[in-house]
Write a protein that binds this ligand. Structure first.
Ligand code: NAP
Length: 171
């Protein structure tokens, strides 16, 4: 069976997902959810997001999209296009038995792989910060909200947030 392609993204009320190469908020609950959703699965990300990671993402097989032929990093695979990244991630999933392929951003890669995405695990952040990376608004005629949970804000969460699942409407 083909693994499901799942994009995991935190987005502010104004569509911002990033600023100056990083996240414009600190929300511990969201980082924990990202870890839980991606653990043990192939994880595709753009070169800019990869280079901005504060620490290695252990337990996930990274597939980095870049046009630069000379990049390498221990424990990561490199793809020359978003489609090639999907192929590599499918290979990894076949070999490991993972049932999902995760897309972990950033803006360019979410956009490039949106058509291939079956499900979006969105974190809606109750802020409207300035930024330079965006998620385009979802055409809700093509997506169905199937879950919404608003966790209680903890001491290491800078804002309120909600976890929302969107599934692509088929047919
Ligand atoms: N809120 C969230 O959930 C979330 C998640 C992840 C990231 N982010 C944020 O998003 C921002 C980064 O996003 P971004 O859009 O600037 O960059 P990005 O999507 O992380 O990476 C862009 C890079 O991917 C490569 N790339 C893109 N399209 C390609 C193609 N068709 N073929 C080959 N390579 C391609 C290029 O790498 P080369 O330049 O090496 O060729 C390009 O510079 C950061 O602020 C980050 O913190 C937010």
């Amino acid at each position: 069976m083909k693994p499901e392609v799942v994009a995991i993204v935190a987005v502010a009320k104004n569509g911002v997902i990033g600023a100056e190469g990083g996240l414009p908020w600190r929300i511990s609950g969201d980082l924990k959810r990202f870890k839980a959703l991606t653990m043990g699965k192939p994880l595709i990300m753009g070169r800019r997001t990869f280079e901005a990671l504060p620490r290695p993402l252990l337990g996930r097989e990274l597939v980095i999209v870049t046009r630069r032929p000379s990049l390498s990093a221990p424990g990561a695979r490199f793809a020359r296009s978003p489609d090639e990244a999907l192929e590599i991630a499918r290979e990894i999933a076949r070999a490991s038995g993972a049932k999902e392929i995760c897309i972990g951003g950033g803006g360019e890669i979410y956009r490039a792989l949106l058509e291939a995405t079956d499900r979006v695990e969105l974190t809606e952040i109750d802020l409207a910060p300035e930024g330079d990376a965006y998620l385009p608004p979802f055409d809700l005629a093509r997506w169905r909200e199937t879950a919404r949970v608003a966790p209680e804000r903890g001491p290491r969460d800078e804002a309120d947030y909600a976890f929302v699942t969107l599934e692509r409407r088929r047919g």
